[in-house]
Each structure stands twice: as structure tokens, then as C-alpha cells.
Design a protein around this ligand. Sequence first.
Ligand code: ADP
Length: 399
Amino acid sequence: MKILVINTGSSSIKYQLFDMPEGTVMASGLVERIGESNSVLTHKYFKDEAYTHRIEQAITDHKEGLNLVVNLLCDSTHGVLQDTSEIKGVGHRVVHGGETFQQPTLIDEPVIAAIEANIPLAPLHNPANLTGIEVARSIFSVPQVAIFDTAFHQSIPPYAYHYALPHELYETYRIRRYGFHGTSHMFVAKAAAQFLGRPKDELNFITIHLGNGASIAAIQNGQSVDTSMGMTPLEGIIMGTRSGDIDPAIHSYLAKQTGKSIQEIDTLLNKQSGLKGICGSNDMRDILVQREEGNALAKLAVEMYSYRIKKYIGAYFAVLGKVDSLIFTAGIGQNSKEIRSEVCQGLKGLGIEIDSDKNANRSDSPQAIQTTDSPVKILVIPTNEELEIAEETLEVIST
Ligand code: ADP
């Protein structure tokens, strides 16, 4: 059965077409700069081998973008389908499900209204996700499913999700920790359980997702019990351009000292901080090269980055009591032996000891990189949020 997975941004559409339940990727791609004169559609399709086709033309809106994608999917040269009717379901990534959604959900009018109601919590993301849903509903007449970044973390208990603010702020504005990257944390936890050959509801994990955005989750018996991102994705560990945790009084101090508005400070913390703010680059590959070349700020950035992750590992160790496995994933987690090694340095007392030879080994499959004496398994597991969305979509539409 063919399932199309869509991730819509304010000016972009990412897509992957899967043949399920095998999970084979038939095509994938990205429509970028929608609404500008120099839009680009990069379409990859897999037949006997992998091919790429690029279209550069003005794409006025998301509907035109998705229509181009659908035409390409069925095109006799670049396509992989005879007809769009082969697509039996569409899965949408939706960033914020608030407290409304704990599960992947079949989309209907009330679900759309509930996603709309959560717009104040994710003013940049939910409107774009809704556009994707609206456009896909106008093109396909098959069941569509919303998969929420926040849903996996809805199992976090109240003492972990509340902020120590006046309680009426929670009641009125729903200010609390929601957490994000839920699809990725869940995917790697499931994959780790499979790799270890044990049921996930008997295992405790600390999952460490290190991409441009980055977050850590404490997973107890297969359920998220805490995570580093908060009401928004700004909280937690240091990210590409986001500060992560800071003293909340810095906002008002900055406003007084610089005259910046709340909006400008928000942008500074989200877009000009993190690794980029510390050393000028948000690309970990560049930063590691610059550190080798003796750049002191690149060295500081890596030290700060690894130290902050280590502090969360300590905290989540205390939360979980017993940890079966530490899991590294996403761009930096999967690819950087340096960061994995620096994060795990000095954690032998917690039963975490990395094997440097295994750590240096690159693989696209899950692998264990701990020493034989390390009680905690240290796993590197490639994440695959799109496949998780396709699997959940299939599950929802099959029931
Ligand atoms: P996104 O959140 O945009 O999906 P990714 O998961 O692709 O991000 O991660 C992007 C990050 O991964 C960048 O900082 C990039 O430099 C880093 N990265 C990718 N490959 C490597 C590598 N070999 N070594 C170190 N960092 C890497």
C-alpha cells in the first residue's frame, strides 16, 4: 500500500512516498521557496537505481507545489505510480498537538479545528501544517492522518511538565512543557528495543536527538517521562541557532540594556544563539574543523555543547533510576564520534563507557558502541521520522 508523508513549512513541502508495510521509499523530495520567483522542486525517485530531477520555476503557493509533486509521482519518466489512486493514505507531520492529541489522529473537521486552536502555541508551525492538510485534502480523497511532534511526550507526569509559575497561567494559557521531536524519540526507542531483542515496555532509555534542533528524552518502560524541550523548542540543550536553557531574567536585562523588543529578543534566542551565537557557525562539521585549527570559540562551543548534554544525562539518570541504554541519533548524534565521545567522557561512574574503536565505526544501521564492561548500552540509531509517520498512518487507516 502506498502512503505519502508530507511535512509542510511556511514556504516548503517535504515529501516521501512509501510502499508499506515494507517501508520502501519510492520517491522523496522538497519544494522550496514557495511564493518566490526562484522556487525549486527537487524530486528523487528510485527505480532500478536512484535518480534526481529538478524543476526551477516560480511556484505561487502550496497547492501548486503539491500538484507539481503529484504530477511528478505519476509522470511516465520521473514517476513511480500509474495513477494517484494508488496512494491510499497521507500522513502529515504536525508540530503542536497541545494537550488535545496523544495519538496519531485521523483528520476530519473537528481535528482541523483543534489544530487551529493550538496555533497560539506554535504560531510559525501549525498554520503551515494546516495549509499542507488543506491542500492535500483538496487533491486526495483518501484518509489523512496527523502525527504530532508533541504526542509522544503527553505521558510526562504533571510534576515534570508544570513550570513554577502562577497556576492560573497554566489554566488560562496552557503554559507547560510539551516537548517536541516525539516521533524521532519514539522511533529510536522502538528500534533500540528491537536491536536489543527486548520489549520496549521493559526498557529505560535516554534518547539524545542532536540535529539542528536538539532534544533529550527520558523514556521509562517505553513511555516519555521527561524531555528537554519545553512549551516551545527553545528550551533545553544547546542547538544550532537556539540558546536552550538560559536564566529567564536575561530577557528583561537584555531589553533594558539594548532597547530590543520582546520580538527581537525572541529572534535572537531562536536564530542567532546556540552554536552559531557562540562561535559563528551552526554546522557541527565546520565547528569541529575550526576547533582542530585552533579556533578558541569553536573549542568553547563544543565544550559547552557536550557539557550541557552531559548535565541532562545526569538529570535523567536520576529521573529513571536505572538506564538500559543511551541512544544517539540525528545529524550530529549519528555522525560525530567526537561529540559522542566527549558527552560520555567521565561517566564511567554511571556505568557509561564508550569503546573508541566501535565509536569510530560508521554505519547506517543501529550499532552498539559501549565497552564490554559498560553496564549501560550506548547505541547509535539512525532516526527516520518519515517512516515512523508512514507506519502510524498505515496503522490508523487500517483500524
Ligand atoms: P535537522 O534538524 O535540520 O534535520 P540534521 O539531523 O540533519 O538536522 O543535523 C544537522 C547537523 O548534523 C549539522 O550541525 C551538521 O553539521 C551535523 N552533521 C552532519 N554530519 C556530520 C558529521 N559527519 N560530523 C559532525 N556533524 C555532522
